[in-house]
Design a binder for this molecule. Structure first.
Ligand SMILES: C[S@@+](CC[C@H](N)C(=O)[O-])C[C@H]1O[C@@H](n2cnc3c(N)ncnc32)[C@H](O)[C@@H]1O
Length: 349
């Protein structure tokens, strides 16, 4: 008989009373075992590590008005919060297709929804880009409703290994699916100053684009590789040396946010795939089918608005939102990540 006890693996200890790094937040990363601690974090207006708080849920559900038996698509599954609420509306005979490009989070969300009772009989989950919405419609038939909640999830932003945030040291990656394509650090190796400046302007309206592009390319042209989020942030900080002390702190933070966003849009071709999705959307919808899109910056919202307006004038959509719906003040207070959200909708003729 083997009476040797298995070796106990100790979790990482943290100094002080409050966990700071992602890995130290082991309670938040196990909401099933520490539900009270997770509830406290949410009450404080923060998003627990490894979790995403869905935005404008009531507004989305009110517009989509899903009824039992309907077939729909969640084009951006993420943590599955919107999917869960949509599933509750379409059971018993309906079906939800849910897709995401994130190969890391997708299996976790699949397991979470299955544990809540939503298995393959009502839910089909696929790892794919929403630019392929036509393939879903070919399999599922005309869709009664579609939701796209654009951008990144909190799990992606908060995980230092994904390199999405300038606030946390990590590899300068920024890919929604780290198993394909190339990281932002590779893009920076070869891009010209002119192209980088254009990228910062087009993808994020960065006012200091020329200074920052110049500072970056003066490093990369010497063969220096910008591999980490902190390195990238420090170069931005250095490029804005001419600002007054009072203006610097805030300006650096905003420029970092915009430049990270610009790189993220570039490495994931976010505008390209959104344009394809918007173009294919009407053919994927059934007559009377509803689509709701949540966007988080002007580049996305402009595309959604223009597409909806054009297709409305063409008679392809019978009705569109005349203005974007914004999250309530309460939601923004309890979840600051909701602040920039805009919800637009359309109904197929
Ligand atoms: C804001 S989160 C969605 C959160 C989700 N609605 C929820 O309630 O948990 C956005 C998600 O969309 C995914 N995503 C972004 N662009 C995508 C694309 N082109 N195709 C498929 N998924 C995409 C991201 O990987 C991320 O998981």
């Amino acid at each position: 008989m083997d009476d040797q006890k298995p070796e106990r693996v100790r979790r990482e200890r943290y100094k002080g009373t409050h966990p700071k790094t992602y890995k130290e937040k082991y309670k938040e990363l196990q909401p099933e075992s520490y539900s009270d601690d997770v509830a406290k974090v949410i009450q404080q207006g923060r998003t627990p590590a490894g979790m995403h708080r869905s935005i404008c849920v009531n507004e989305v559900l009110e517009f989509l008005s899903i009824t039992p038996g309907e077939i729909g698509l969640d084009a951006t599954l993420g943590y599955g919060g919107h999917s869960l609420e949509m599933l509750k509306c379409l059971i018993p005979n309906g079906h939800l297709y849910a897709i995401d490009v994130d190969a890391i989070e997708l299996p976790r969300t699949k397991d979470r929804l299955a544990a809540l009772g939503f298995g393959e009989d009502v839910l089909t989950i696929k790892k794919m880009n929403f630019s392929g919405i036509d393939q879903i419609a070919a399999e599922a038939g005309p869709l009664n409703f579609v939701l796209a909640d654009l951008g990144v999830s909190s799990m992606q932003i908060d995980n230092p290994e994904r390199g999405f945030s300038f606030k946390i040291e990590g590899p300068l990656d920024l890919r929604l699916n780290p198993k394909s394509g190339y990281p932002a650090s590779t893009l920076l190796k070869t891009i010209s100053q002119q192209k980088l400046e254009a990228l910062f302007i087009e993808n994020a309206d960065e006012p200091y684009a020329s200074y920052i592009a110049n500072a970056i390319v003066s490093q990369t042209s010497k063969g220096i590789v910008i591999t980490t989020t902190t390195q990238f942030q420090e170069i931005i900080e250095g490029a804005l040396f001419f600002l007054t002390k009072d203006a610097r702190k805030d300006a650096i933070k905003k420029s970092c946010q915009r430049c990270f966003q610009a790189l993220r849009i570039a490495v994931n071709d976010e505008f390209g795939v959104l344009d394809k999705f918007l173009e294919k959307l009407p053919s994927a919808l059934a007559s009377g089918g509803r689509v709701a899109i949540l966007s988080f910056h002007s580049g996305e919202d402009r595309r959604v608005k223009k597409s909806f307006q054009f297709l409305f004038r063409e008679g392809i959509y019978s009705e569109i939102a005349s203005a974007p719906i914004r999250p309530s003040a309460e939601e923004c207070n309890s979840n600051p990540r909701a602040k920039s959200a805009k919800l637009r909708w359309a109904i197929k003729a």
